[in-house]
Design a protein around this ligand. Structure first.
Ligand code: AMP
Length: 220
């Protein structure tokens, strides 16, 4: 089977990041997270990263033209993602989804997974979420790393994200409803959408996603 081209949609805290990493490993394709790209640039202190951080810390979206400019090169024909990918956190607005359609006309998306989790559950998950500053691995206050808030994988500090404050989280959830939800209809109209229940154990959710993706891929 050819390496699939997948998009993961879902509210902040739905588990997109964790599941995207696992899917990318499973299918041996690159994982592209625009949020991770912006955080890495902000940590390096580049002008672009510091500008992106201003939006992120307030729970606002980075402007479409900036986001599209950043990922354009990766997605273009002949680029590193031509042969398959998992997109996580992009697209997040209808103009971004339309730009994606244009950019990958020669190698379009195979399946779009909408990871569904009710808002009260994601609020609880985000309030307790802690992430590794190096590899971005996600922990929770109820499931901390083994040693003194340092990452089990690389030993880097595990901290709360700057944009996981209550105010920023509420703003991001509101933006999800107004800006990202319309993308679901966009992909449903293209018959690419599968909806997966994102509640429960991470392994179970992963199995559900793979099953839904395989089924959709088999339909051609
Ligand atoms: P995430 O890690 O996906 O939750 O993204 C963290 C933050 O990065 C978001 O709240 C936005 O401020 C910004 N961001 C990430 N991806 C995008 C995108 N595709 N469009 C606009 N802003 C984005």
């Amino acid at each position: 089977m050819a390496a699939p081209r997948l998009v993961l949609l879902g509210k902040q805290g739905a588990g997109k990041g964790t599941q995207s990493v696992r899917l990318a490993e499973h299918y041996a394709v690159p994982h592209l997270s625009t949020g991770d790209m912006f955080r890495a640039q902000a940590a390096l202190g580049t002008a672009f990263g510091l500008e992106a951080r201003r939006f992120m810390d307030q729970g606002e979206l980075v402007p479409d033209d900036v986001v599209i400019g950043v990922i354009e090169e990766c997605l273009a024909p002949g680029g590193p993602l031509e042969g398959g990918f998992v997109l996580d956190g992009f697209p997040r607005t209808l103009p971004q989804a339309k730009a994606l359609d244009r950019l990958i006309k020669s190698h379009p998306v195979d399946v779009v997974v909408d990871l569904e989790v009710p808002t009260d559950i994601v609020i609880d998950r985000i309030a307790g979420r802690r992430v590794c500053t190096l590899c971005q691995r996600v922990y929770h206050v109820n499931m901390p790393p083994k040693v003194n808030w340092t990452c089990d994988d690389d030993g880097a500090p595990v901290v709360q994200r700057d944009d996981d404050t209550e105010e920023a989280v509420m703003r991001r959830l509101a933006l999800y409803e107004s800006q990202t939800k319309p993308i679901i209809d966009h992909y449903r109209a293209q018959d690419l959408l599968v909806t997966v229940d994102g509640i429960g154990d991470g392994d179970d959710v992963f199995e559900r996603i793979v099953e839904a993706v395989e089924k959709r891929l088999a339909q051609g």
